[in-house]
Design a protein around this ligand. Structure first.
Ligand code: B12
Ligand code: SF4
Ligand code: SF4
Length: 306
């Protein structure tokens, strides 16, 4: 019989070997408060109605995995340098390959490790009914900044979060204090004033409008689109915790760096892409999921407000 501490050590060791930068563990039944319900009730999820359907499971991980005891939260670094095409910017996280697939394979490996110790697991990154930021903060990996993101004292917010729900009882970490202090840089930098009280209102967020939305961008958001072609990093770029740390920058998985052909595409070339070319260029990347029409609509809006 293995002790919880040695199981934890084994998971940490395996996670580091797979390229995860940090591991934290939270109790699965930690009280999430009412922030998520309030956010949904006030309609800040815009057209993402699936979020309403996920609510019961988000608040009760037992519905996702009966017998769940611990939530293992992991961070995986993504590109930290400006992701620019010849004219517009692609959010740092969306460069390179589709992280859902990349991380799913690594999580499957960790699932096997935990199964060896008798655990039953469910693993997610981004698309599951798990409050990933809540659990990451509860697991002591960082704090929730005024930009709504998990911010880490070393490494800032440029990272993916991944979660493993497990029936194993593992040693839990303690949350860390919030280090935003009197800073409000992220709120000031947001081009559409989407940030209030540590939450982002998706109805105003460029990330929502350039990626998730199925409706047309409202004129006031369009006017503020600027150079954002896919996603937005403005509230992260402004954050002092994301400033480069010469000599201490994390190594980035080369699968998550933008392949050259995207970077060189001109707006004209993007506007004229055929479906076939779109599929060839963006296959296996996060950009493929928005489809050609949405990408070309985003291209049209670049600097429309100037
Ligand atoms: C829906 C969604 C979006 C929507 C809505 C954004 C939003 N307001 O949350 C849109 C499309 C706009 C979006 C945009 C982005 N997203 Co997004 N998104 C999600 C998703 C799927 C759900 C988030 C959610 O439920 N939001 C509603 C809010 C109310 O809930 P919450 O985020 O869980 O927040 C909780 C905590 O803040 C907590 N909390 C608040 N204060 C405190 C204090 C303490 C002490 C504690 C313990 C907890 C706590 O309570 C809240 C409720 O539980 C998550 C993945 C997931 N399953 O969690 C990714 C996720 C949050 N997104 C992510 C990213 C990277 C982004 C973008 C940066 C992408 C980009 N560059 O364009 C932007 C950033 C926008 C922003 N400032 O938030 C990452 C964040 C990584 C990180 N370091 O935090 C996630 C975790 C995906 C992942 N697995 O990596 N996103
Ligand atoms: S992602 Fe952009 S639009 Fe959305 S909250 Fe951050 S700065 Fe504002
Ligand atoms: S920019 Fe300032 S307020 Fe916003 S998350 Fe970073 S430290 Fe916190």
């Amino acid at each position: 019989m293995c002790s919880p501490a040695s199981m934890r050590q084994a998971v940490e060791y395996a996670a580091k070997a797979l390229g995860f930068s940090a591991v934290g563990i939270a109790p699965a039944h930690a009280d999430q408060g009412t922030l998520l319900q309030d956010w949904l009730q006030s309609g800040q999820h815009a057209d993402m109605t699936w979020m309403e359907r996920h609510l019961p499971a988000r608040l009760n991980p037992e519905l996702v995995l009966p017998g769940v005891r611990s939530v293992i939260m992991l961070t995986y670094e993504y590109a930290r340098t400006d992701a620019r095409t010849t004219h517009g910017s692609i959010a740092r996280y969306a460069q390179g390959e589709d992280y859902h697939k990349l991380l799913a394979a690594k999580l499957a490996d960790l699932d096997e490790t935990l199964a060896f110790y008798g655990g039953t697991q469910r693993c997610f990154t981004d698309s599951g009914p798990v409050s990933e930021r809540f659990f990451a903060a509860r697991a002591g990996l960082g704090w929730i900044g005024r930009n709504g993101l998990l911010v880490r004292p070393r490494g800032g917010s440029y990272c993916f979060l991944a979660s493993i729900l497990t029936t194993l009882e593992l040693p839990y970490d303690s949350p860390m204090p919030n280090h935003c202090g009197n800073c409000h840089r992220c709120e000031q930098a947001c081009p559409t004033a989407a940030l209030h009280d540590g939450c982002c209102d998706a109805r105003r967020c460029l990330s929502y409008w350039t990626i998730e939305a199925h409706e047309e961008m409202p004129p006031d958001i369009r006017a503020a689109q600027g150079e954002h072609l896919y996603g937005c990093d403005a509230c992260q770029q402004a954050c002092p915790w994301n400033r480069p740390r010469p000599g201490q920058e994390p190594a980035i998985d080369p699968h998550l760096l933008m392949p050259a052909p995207f970077a060189a595409l001109s707006p004209q070339a993007l506007a004229q892409l055929t479906q076939e070319e779109f599929e060839r260029l963006f296959v296996g990347t996060p950009i493929s999921r928005i489809g050609l029409a949405h990408l070309q609509d985003n291209v049209k809006g670049i600097n429309a407000g100037d």
